[in-house]
Design a protein around this ligand. Structure first.
Ligand SMILES: Nc1ncnc2c1ncn2[C@@H]1O[C@H](COP(=O)(O)OP(=O)(O)OP(=O)(O)O)[C@@H](O)[C@H]1O
Ligand SMILES: [Mg+2]
Length: 584
């Protein structure tokens, strides 16, 4: 039984506060099939979001599910299924894969054969069995809605909320889906609420809730709908609604709803009443639904590690399916190191020693010293520049790796969170996937430049600093992605973060002292550049570089420590960002 008691939802702040829903009091008994109708913008989707717990704004009143106030104890993931108005799934996956991953994320691990069978059954149920190998990207609007429904049915929820799942369907598909939803409410004692604009098959619903300007204008059996609104037919109803304001409809309904007495105890009845707004006399008692069978037992959810493995495998599959993304990654991994190496394709120039004036006159000594200075400054700048170039390109790859990662699929993630996905499993899945990318990018960059340019110093610690800077930028941008509302915003901010790296690192021009102290902790490029240059200690190049750069280098240990802090803080912030509720 779902009870909404005087539910009001306010949006806005200060003087702009306005209600999206006002004083909505309705109940839906077990096994109930309810329609929610009303003109566009009247609050239908908002009402489903309020029930689901994802509505924006301040809520008043209470929502009680089977005697439990959901404000105190949320719906458990297997209790509720929500098919949003605009269905969402990963475009790169097939229909079967989407349902299979949905099942693995929501239901405790099962053997692959049992899983295949269960997925097949759900696809059969929604009439998508013939399309199981089709990619989501090529599905029609109606097929997408069926898929969205299938993905909710995997956990056999005790309550199913559907937002316009029949919109845009041809009449036959609409018939099939409405009958399917009706059947779902009958076979498992499930509460099924369906927002719709279509009043075809209105007789199949146990009740129709009419919302108008955020208020309840009617909630009762479909038989009395046209009568109550003095509408010639059901389609005429929308015109009739405009005759009064929302406030008037609400007052009128408050007067009459008393007459709709619900009795329970074996059967749910709606007693018909006298509708004075419609000028009608009393109508006979109408039975709206037979005894509902008991709820199916709720299915246990999978563990955190199982969800992590499922997400990782799905992310890898999507990565390899997306040809454009794959080509871009390969281009970056192989192209960027070539770009760096072109500056010293035949190796670094050697710096000749000074002959210390032996057998030379003063003029020759000055000429030699001048040449030495010019040469060392060129080689020092080249060594420092090659390191900074590698570092900046790796930060660019880092931003590209993760800037869009969460923001681009936020709606899917929010839905999955509702269905029991743990933010920790989600972020861990992302961290491992991105970690593999970071390793491939940084190792190839370091090895290529080392061998092609004959870059001096210890290779192993250099690779560590290159990996760390890429990982630091990747996890900071992952955090950005988890906080911003759209993929475009997130990737723009990520690119700005990269843009600041070079000027604020002090590698090209020294920063004013106060600015250097202030910003350096945040500039990953400085710590990696400094760390790599420290690995040249003991080499002649180290002294030459020190002569050229105007910014002091930091000890290698400190560089590792700061870069690791960036990674940890970035991942932690991403986890916080993922726990935050983003609106769907
Ligand atoms: N996050 C939000 N902030 C401000 N206003 C909102 C927000 N979400 C919805 N609204 C407003 O609330 C009203 C109800 O929106 P809702 O999406 O519930 O309408 P609806 O009845 O589902 O309409 P439709 O039939 O077009 O889907 C609209 O005027 C909408 O602009
Ligand atoms: Mg809507």
């Amino acid at each position: 039984m779902l009870d909404l008691k005087e539910v009001t939802l306010f949006i806005g702040t200060g003087e702009d506060v306005r209600p999206l829903l006002s004083d909505v009091s309705v109940s839906f008994p077990k096994g109930h099939f309810g329609a929610i109708i009303g003109p566009s913008g009247c609050g239908k989707s908002t009402m489903l979001k309020v029930i689901t717990g994802i509505a924006p704004g301040e809520e008043e009143g209470s929502i009680v599910w089977n005697g439990r106030d959901v404000a105190e104890e949320d719906f458990s993931p297997s209790e509720i299924g929500y098919v949003p108005q605009f269905s969402i799934a990963h475009e790169e996956l097939t229909v079967r894969e989407c349902v299979s991953y949905a099942m693995r994320l929501r239901v405790r691990r099962m053997h692959s054969k049992a899983l295949e069978e269960a997925v097949g059954n759900v696809l059969e149920e929604v009439g998508m069995a013939g399309f199981d190998d089709r990619l989501v990207s090529v599905l029609s609007g109606g097929q997408r809605r069926r898929l969205a429904l299938a993905m909710e049915l995997v956990s056999k929820p005790a309550m199913l909320l559907c937002d316009e799942v029949t919109s845009g369907l041809d009449p036959q598909s609409e018939d099939e889906i409405v009958h399917l939803l009706h059947g779902l409410s009958r076979t498992e004692g499930r509460v099924v609420l369906s927002v719709t604009h279509s009043l075809r098959h209105v007789e199949l619903y146990d009740s129709v809730l009419v919302l108008y300007e955020g208020v309840v204008a009617y909630h009762g059996p479909p038989q009395f709908l046209t009568h109550y609104f003095r509408a010639g037919d059901a389609q005429d109803l929308y015109k009739q609604l405009e005759v009064r304001s929302g406030k008037e409809w609400a007052q009128s309904w408050k007067k009459h709803r008393q007459a709709f007495a619900e009795t329970r105890g074996g059967r749910d009845l709606v007693k018909a009443v006298t509708f004075d707004s419609a000028g009608a006399e009393s109508a006979p008692t109408v039975e709206i639904k037979p005894d509902a069978p008991p709820d199916s037992s709720s299915l246990p959810g999978p563990g955190a590690i199982s969800q992590f493995l499922t997400l990782l495998s799905r992310r890898m599959k999507i990565f390899f399916r997306n040809r454009a993304q794959l080509a871009l990654q390969l281009g970056l991994i192989f192209g960027f190191p070539v770009l760096v190496a072109t500056f010293a394709w035949n190796g670094l120039p050697t710096v000749k020693n000074l002959s210390m004036g032996l057998g030379l006159d003063v003029v020759q000594q000055l000429v030699e010293a001048k040449e030495f200075l010019i040469q060392s400054s060129k080689v020092g700048s080249l060594v420092s520049g090659i390191v900074m170039f590698q570092v900046v390109l790796l930060t660019l790859m880092g931003a590209n790796n993760s800037g869009r990662e969460i923001a681009a699929e936020r709606l899917i993630f929010e839905k999955e969170k509702l269905a029991g996905l743990r933010p920790l499993s989600y972020v861990a899945g992302k961290a491992v996937f991105l970690g593999l990318l970071v390793l491939a990018q940084s190792l190839w960059m370091g090895l290529f430049v080392h061998y092609v340019c004959g870059f001096p110093g210890d290779l192993a610690p250099q690779l560590v600093f290159l990996i760390l800077v890429n990982a630091a930028m990747t996890s900071v941008c992952l955090a950005v992605s988890s906080f911003l509302g759209s993929a475009e915003q997130a990737s723009l901010v990520s690119i700005y973060l990269v843009g600041f790296q070079l000027p604020l690192s002090g590698a090209v021009l020294a920063l004013p002292d106060f600015l250097g102290v202030l910003v350096r902790p945040f500039i990953a490029a400085y710590w990696s550049w400094s760390g790599v240059l420290q690995t040249l200690k003991g080499e002649r190049y180290y002294d030459i570089v020190q002569m050229v750069v105007q910014t002091a280098l930091s000890p290698a240990g400190l560089c590792v420590w700061v870069l690791c802090s960036h990674i940890i803080i970035g991942l932690f912030a991403a986890w916080i960002g993922c726990q935050r509720r983003s609106l769907v």
